[in-house]
Design a protein around this ligand. Structure first.
Ligand SMILES: NC(=O)c1ccc[n+]([C@@H]2O[C@H](COP(=O)([O-])OP(=O)(O)OC[C@H]3O[C@@H](n4cnc5c(N)ncnc54)[C@H](O)[C@@H]3O)[C@@H](O)[C@H]2O)c1
Length: 336
């Protein structure tokens, strides 16, 4: 069964990543695009050879589609996803779900009630090295996971009018934009939820109102301790983009895997230790190193969503986690 797609918010990540990914699978069809900015709608519509609109209701009334992708700024997600649901559509909405956990919960619950699928664009869990990390953890290859860390950054200077730089439009800064990816991925890998969280954040390099850097520390329900650094104020070339998982029998260290491409490396060390050694001598073993598979993460997440639609079943595991991620973010912003 071909899945017919309509796009709301065609000009940003939709054009850069999602529409090209949708079109890579012959079982998908792009039927229309919509953007609030007419020139953008026209340009993207012509680029892909489909009708274009500047209003989502006009588009959904005019075209026959199964799924709607929403790639608009965060403050638009809730209303546009509810509109698509009112037209009986399955929805793939970009991360984060909505501005607050309350809105996010209401949105996912509305889809559950209607029996329609909603999925959120957290594509990093589909990275082959993150899948590998999850499998290694499940197989006990680092023992009990005790300590985890993530660093994710993106150089993001002052840009007049940028929605991400206004709290009312984006919901927050580096934590809301980058931190959510790390929280979602770590909870997925650990199959656990963050229960306690503390954070410090500031705006010091740039002059926008949201934070340009944040540090999060947390404890999961299962007792794992974690630390996440997110920054808009470290140059891309100077960022390590690291994901580190340390357990009672070894480690998994990922470098360059947090991002939009299936790149980077995963180093796995299995090093169980017996008796206490007062000398604290370290026997340094060589880790096994795996490399990124180079696949399209956006295609993987689209296929995952389409498989669900084709199966006629619904699965809200990922969307429920995305709501829980926002509960963590709400706690962070309220606590400061
Ligand atoms: N998963 C990822 O890798 C990833 C990467 C970047 C952005 N995102 C997410 O995608 C969403 C969009 O981010 P972006 O970077 O593409 O933003 P952007 O500003 O570059 O693009 C957003 C597009 O939406 C249009 N738009 C704005 N308001 C609209 C409205 N009310 N109705 C219809 N169109 C409207 C804009 O004209 C623009 O074309 C955000 O939720 C962001 O967090 C996800």
């Amino acid at each position: 069964m071909k899945i017919k797609w309509a796009i709301i918010g065609a000009g940003g990540i939709a054009d850069r990543r999602t529409i090209p990914a949708i079109l890579k699978d012959k079982e998908n069809e792009l039927v229309a695009v919509m953007d609030r900015v007419e020139a953008v709608a026209e340009q993207i519509g012509k680029k892909y050879g489909v009708p274009y609109f500047t209003n989502e209701k006009d588009m959904l009334s005019a075209v026959d589609c199964d799924a709607v992708y929403i790639g608009t700024p965060v403050m638009c997600h809730f209303e546009q996803a509810m509109t698509a649901l009112s037209f009986g559509k399955h929805v793939f909405v970009e991360k984060p779900v909505a501005l607050t956990a309350k809105e996010s919960r209401a949105l996912v619950d509305a889809f559950k009630k209607a029996g329609k699928q909603i999925t959120i664009g957290y594509m990093m869990k589909h990275h082959n090295l993150h899948e590998k990390a999850k499998a290694l953890i499940a197989e006990g290859e680092i023992g009990q996971v005790n300590s985890v860390r993530a660093q994710f950054t993106c150089w993001y200077p002052d840009i007049p009018g940028a929605w991400r730089q206004k709290k009312s439009l984006g919901g927050g800064g580096a934590i809301m934009d980058l931190g959510v990816h790390c929280i979602e991925l770590l909870e997925y890998l650990l199959d656990d939820e963050i229960e306690e969280v503390k954070s410090l954040y500031s705006t010091r390099t740039f002059s926008y109102e949201v934070e340009d850097g944040g540090v999060i520390i947390f404890k999961t329900a299962g007792g794992v301790l974690g630390h996440i650094d997110v920054n808009f104020n470290i140059p891309d070339a100077a960022s390590e983009s690291k994901l580190e998982l340390y357990g009672s029998k070894g480690y998994i260290l990922c470098k360059g895997t947090l991002g939009q491409e299936e790149t980077g490396t995963l180093s796995h060390l299995y090093a169980p230790q017996g008796d206490y050694s007062a000398m604290q001598n370290r026997v340094v073993n060589e880790p096994v190193v795996y490399t990124g598979g180079g696949a399209d993460l956006y295609l993987k997440q689209i296929q995952n969503f389409c498989d669900l639609i084709r199966s006629g079943k619904t699965d809200y595991t990922y969307s429920d986690r995305a709501v829980q991620v926002q509960e963590v973010v709400d706690k962070i912003y309220e606590n400061n």
